[in-house]
Write a protein that binds this ligand. Structure first.
Ligand SMILES: *Cc1c(COP(=O)(O)O)cnc(C)c1O
Length: 496
C-alpha cells in the first residue's frame, strides 16, 4: 500500500516518499511525516538471523513505498559496504550491565554515517523518479558530525553539490579538521561566527527564500537538505533499533517478544524519534530514555510539558548535543496532538515568536513512553572514567551522557529490563575530552599524541578516518558572519 507523507503544519499537503526525500522540508516549514506508521511484517524470531542489509530492506520498504525492490536494495548495498570497518555494521558491545550499540563504524566514525551513507543514493534515485533536471544543492548546518558525514556521503556524487555551515568555535578540533580537509569538487565548507542554532536558523531562512529559489532554478539548481529533518535520514535510523533487537535475541539476551529499553543521547531528536517509530512499528521497546547534556531543554519538556529555549546556550564536551531547538521534536508534537496540523503549526509559531510553547495535559499524557534526564559535565567525565576503570571500555562524551543517564534511571526506578544504549561516536573523535576525563595528566598532549595514547589505553586501532587527518591538507578556510550565509551560497554557485 502506498504511504504518503504530510506536512506537520498542513495536513492537506501530501507527497510521495521520494518527493519528501527530495524536498527535505515542506514549503510551509513543516516536516514530512508518514500518514501512518507501518507495522513490521516479519516475525521477531526471523530478525535474529538477518544481516544489517536485510534488516534495512525489511524496514525501509515499508516507508519508501514508491521505490522498487531493485532501487532500494541498490541504495542499501551502496551504503552499507566496506566503508564500514565491520561486517556487522552496527555491533553490540556489553559493558557494565548495558548493551552499547556502536553506531560509529562508518566513514566518519559517528552515528550520522548510518543515515548519511544512504541518503545520497536515496536522493539520486528520487531525483530520477521525479524527472528532476536541476542539480541538487545540499545545504546543511552542522553541530560537528552531520557536516563531515554529509560531505563524505555526497563528495563527487554526480548531479549534486554540498555546502556545509558549522559554528567556527563550536566543534572539536578533530571535527573541524575532518571537515576542512574534505576532498571533492562539489564540496564547500564554511565556518560561521555563531552557534549551531544560528547556523540552523540561517539554513532554514535560505530554504524559505522564494527569490533565491527562483534565481537558483534559472541557474539550474534546487536545494535539498541532509539535516536530520529529512525523512531520508529518519527512516534509515529506524533500522538499527530493529537490528539491535534481533541481535539481542540471537545472543540469547532477550526472548522474541520480550521488551528492551533504549537510551539515546539526544540533540536534534532525530535518533530517538527513530526509536519511537521502531516501537510504533511493533518492536518491543519499553522505555525510550532521552539523555541530554547541560542544554537540557528536552528534559524540562518531558517533565513539565513546557518547551522553552530562552536560556543560556552552553558549550559542552558533547558538542553534537549542544542544541536548544530540537527540530525533530515537531514530529512527536504533531503525533501526540493526534495529527492536528493546525494545533502543531500554532505551537511552532509560538516557538518562532516567543521561543517557547506549552502542550496540553492531554498531549502530555501521551509521553509516558519517554523518560528524560541529563548528565552534567562533571557526571559525563566521571562516567567515562568509571566505565573505563571497571571494564576497559572507553566511551565517547556523547555516549557517556547516555550511559550516566541510564545509571540514574536505573537507580531511580529499579528497572532491570535489558537496555540498549545508542553509542553515537567513536572516542577518537573526542580524544581530548575522553582522555582528560580518565586522567588530567593527558591535558598537555597535542591532538595526535592524544589519539596515540587512546589507542594504547583502549587496545584499539586508530580508525582510518582519524589516521588520515595527520597528513591531509586544509582545502576550506571560509569564515563568515551569519548574515552573509546567503551571499556565500550565491558566490559558490556563481549566481548573483
Ligand atoms: C548528532 C549526534 C547526536 C544527537 O543526535 P540527534 O539525532 O540530533 O538527537 C548525538 N551524538 C552524536 C555523536 C551526534 O553526532
Amino acid at each position: 500500500m502506498e504511504l504518503l507523507y504530510r506536512s506537520t503544519r498542513n495536513s492537506e499537503v501530501a507527497v510521495t516518499a521520494s518527493q519528501a526525500v527530495l524536498q527535505g522540508l515542506a514549503e510551509d516549514g513543516g516536516l514530512f511525516i508518514p500518514d501512518r506508521i507501518p507495522a513490521l511484517d516479519i516475525k521477531l524470531e526471523q530478525l535474529s538471523s538477518m544481516s544489517y542489509q536485510q534488516t534495512a530492506y525489511e524496514v525501509m520498504k515499508l516507508f519508501l513505498t514508491d521505490f522498487t525492490e531493485e532501487e532500494l536494495k541498490h541504495c542499501i548495498d551502496k551504503a552499507y559496504d566496506e566503508k564500514f570497518d565491520t561486517p556487522a555494521i552496527a555491533p553490540l558491545r556489553e559493558a557494565d550491565g548495558a548493551w552499547y550499540l556502536e553506531l560509529f563504524h562508518g566513514a566518519t566514525i559517528a552515528f550520522k554515517d548510518m543515515a548519511l551513507s544512504i541518503l545520497p543514493h536515496l536522493l539520486t534515485v528520487s531525483a530520477r523518479k521525479n524527472h528532476v533536471k536541476n542539480e541538487i544543492v545540499i545545504l546543511t548546518a552542522t553541530s560537528g558530525d552531520t557536516g563531515k558525514a554529509a560531505l563524505a556521503g555526497f563528495a563527487d556524487v554526480p548531479g549534486t553539490k554540498i555546502i556545509v555551515f558549522y559554528p567556527k568555535n563550536g566543534v572539536s578540533p578533530i571535527q573541524e579538521r575532518q571537515m576542512v580537509t574534505q576532498k571533492g569538487d562539489n564540496t564547500f565548507v564554511v565556518g560561521i561566527k555563531g552557534n549551531f542554532d544560528d547556523a540552523q536558523s540561517g539554513v532554514k531562512r535560505i530554504f524559505g527564500d522564494k527569490e533565491l529559489k527562483q534565481e537558483m532554478d534559472q541557474a539550474g539548481y534546487q536545494f535539498s537538505s541532509a539535516n536530520s529533518i529529512n525523512i531520508g535520514r529518519l527512516v534509515p535510523q529506524i533500522v538499527y533499533y530493529v537490528y539491535a533487537y534481533g541481535k539481542m535475541v540471537a545472543d540469547g539476551q532477550l526472548k522474541a517478544g520480550e521488551t528492551m529499553n533504549v537510551v539515546v543521547p539526544t540533540g536534534n531528536f532525530g535518533n530517538i524519534l527513530a526509536a519511537y517509530f521502531a516501537k510504533n512499528m511493533g518492536l518491543p521497546i519499553e522505555k525510550l530514555i532521552c539523555a541530554s547534556n547541560e542544554n537540557k531543554v528536552l528534559v524540562d519538556f518531558f517533565r513539565t510539558g513546557n518547551y522553552d529555549k530562552n536560556r543560556k546556550f552552553i558549550l559542552t564536551s558533547s558538542p553534537s548535543m549542544d542544541i536548544l531547538i530540537s527540530s525533530n521534536l515537531e514530529r512527536l508534537v504533531y503525533l501526540i496532538a493526534q495529527r492536528d496540523s493546525a494545533k502543531n503549526a500554532q505551537l511552532m509559531a509560538a516557538l518562532a515568536s516567543d521561543g517557547k510553547y506549552e502542550i496540553s495535559e492531554e498531549m502530555k499524557a501521551k509521553l509516558t513512553d519517554f523518560y528524560g534526564d541529563y548528565a552534567s559535565e562533571e557526571e559525563t567525565a566521571s562516567e567515562i572514567a568509571e566505565v573505563y576503570k571497571k571494564t576497559g571500555y572507553v566511551l565517547d562524551t556523547h555516549t557517556a551522557v547516555a550511559s550516566r543517564v541510564y545509571r540514574k534511571y536505573r537507580e531511580e526506578t529499579g528497572d532491570e529490563i535489558k537496555t540498549v544504549i545508542a553509542s553515537t561516536a567513536s572516542p577518537y573523535k573526542f580524544a581530548r575530552s575522553v582522555l582528560g576525563a580518565i586522567d588530567p595528566k593527558y591535558d598537555a598532549l597535542s591532538d595526535f599524541e592524544l589519539v596515540d595514547q587512546l589507542s594504547e589505553l583502549s587496545g584499539t586501532n586508530v580508525p582510518r578516518a582519524v589516521e588520515e587527518l595527520r597528513t591531509l591538507p586544509v582545502l576550506h578556510d571560509t569564515v563568515v558572519e551569519t548574515e552573509q550565509m546567503k551571499e556565500i551560497v550565491k558566490t559558490f554557485l556563481k549566481i548573483s
